[in-house]
Design a protein around this ligand. Structure first.
Ligand code: C5P
Length: 215
């Protein structure tokens, strides 16, 4: 039995990596598996929420009982979030969004033999920061994967993006793994959870965010 603490709430959630094309067959991505985001989408659904899951390329099966929108690049993810988030009560940004995309992407497969190719980068939009600064912003939850100074970097990120809740984890332990040890950062301070399977971490996050929701 799961308490329907999010009954009547609309949740938009991003998960997985993004893929930034270099040419027609090559791209830049990261080791995000989508497991944490998908687990959180399921936990929100189980708590009674109406969930829209906006997913980068993961190879994971679409969870039942929610709408999944498949995207590839950060810009596609951004556009899809902007189209859906207006109706949302809660936005949860779990995706490992690429900070940069390829500026000089080739419309043909790059051939060897004409000198070393140079990949130029340009900045992607910060989806979470954009949503959090909307005039009628939903309750926003961010994730921070750091490889050092976890709490310090994560709390400054929470402040900068003006988030009521941020989930901090160590990138090298969390990404791709089946379990995760996180610290929840909110206005009241830091709340550390034990190392748990991702579905259990997801349930704990849902419980925590439910207590923080405006009523
Ligand atoms: O600043 P940083 O990328 O570490 O912040 C991580 C948080 O911001 C995550 O919740 C991630 O989903 C979100 N993010 C985003 N768009 C970006 C970069 C990060 O929504 N371009």
């Amino acid at each position: 039995f799961v308490a329907k603490t999010l009954a009547g709430k609309k949740v938009v959630l991003t998960a997985g990596p993004t893929y930034e094309a270099i040419d027609t067959v090559r791209g830049i991505t990261n080791i995000s598996s989508g497991k944490m985001g998908y687990a959180l989408a399921r936990a929100c659904r189980d708590a009674g929420a109406e969930v829209t899951l906006i997913s980068g390329p993961t190879g994971m099966a679409a969870p039942i009982g929610m709408q999944r929108i498949d995207v590839s690049s950060a810009r596609e993810m951004h556009d899809s979030v902007m189209q859906t988030v207006g109706a949302a009560d809660i936005f949860i940004s779990v995706a490992a969004v690429a900070d940069y995309r390829v500026k000089n992407r080739s419309e043909h497969k790059i051939k060897k033999g004409s000198g070393l190719p140079v990949i130029e980068l340009e900045e992607n939009p910060d989806i979470l920061a954009t949503v959090a600064s909307l005039p009628a912003a939903p309750f926003c939850v961010g994730f921070a994967a750091e490889s050092q100074n976890l709490l310090e970097f994560a709390e400054s990120k929470r402040k900068k993006k003006r988030l009521p809740l941020l989930v901090a984890n160590l990138a090298q332990h969390a990404m791709g793994a089946d379990s995760n040890q996180v610290v929840l950062l909110d206005d009241a301070g830091a709340h550390a959870l034990p190392d748990l399977p991702k579905p259990a971490v997801a349930r704990a996050i849902v419980e925590h965010l439910t207590r923080l929701l405006p009523r």
